[in-house]
Write a protein that binds this ligand. Sequence first.
Ligand code: ATP
Length: 134
Amino acid sequence: MSTFLLEIVTPERKVYAQDVNMIVVRGIAGELGILPNHIPMVTPLKISSVKIKQGGSEQIVAVNGGFVEIRKEKVVILAESAELPGDIDVDRAQAAKQRAEQRLSAAKKDEIDFRRAELALQRAMNRLDVSDKR
Ligand code: ATP
């Protein structure tokens, strides 16, 4: 089965670099399956999981925003943050979720804090979801 190089990079580190068969990402326009020789493109990603198929196995990575860049020779995901399931601190994500929920109930909908809390909640729930699927 043919492969392509997938790199997942954050400002802090290279989270992932391996030859894979297929990935599925969640772009702002919906789910996108990427196979080898996909047409080059760039699209923003949601706070979501990236599913990676490699050999017979499937992996999952939590990504926080950023975008996917499909190049001729490789696919690069540049994200604010990205974690493999084993790197996710569940207690920390649960605490972040609680904090965000408290802020959401306290802030008014049109306040900047409300939007920030919404995004924090999405990040926490995405991490909990990915760590569940390990
Ligand atoms: P918190 O409020 O717990 O800091 P956050 O969503 O604000 O969560 P980010 O700003 O998205 O955190 O990430 C900051 C750094 O901490 C990144 O390197 C990210 O990978 C890491 N990180 C955040 N939450 C977790 C977690 N639950 N487990 C492991 N790493 C995490």
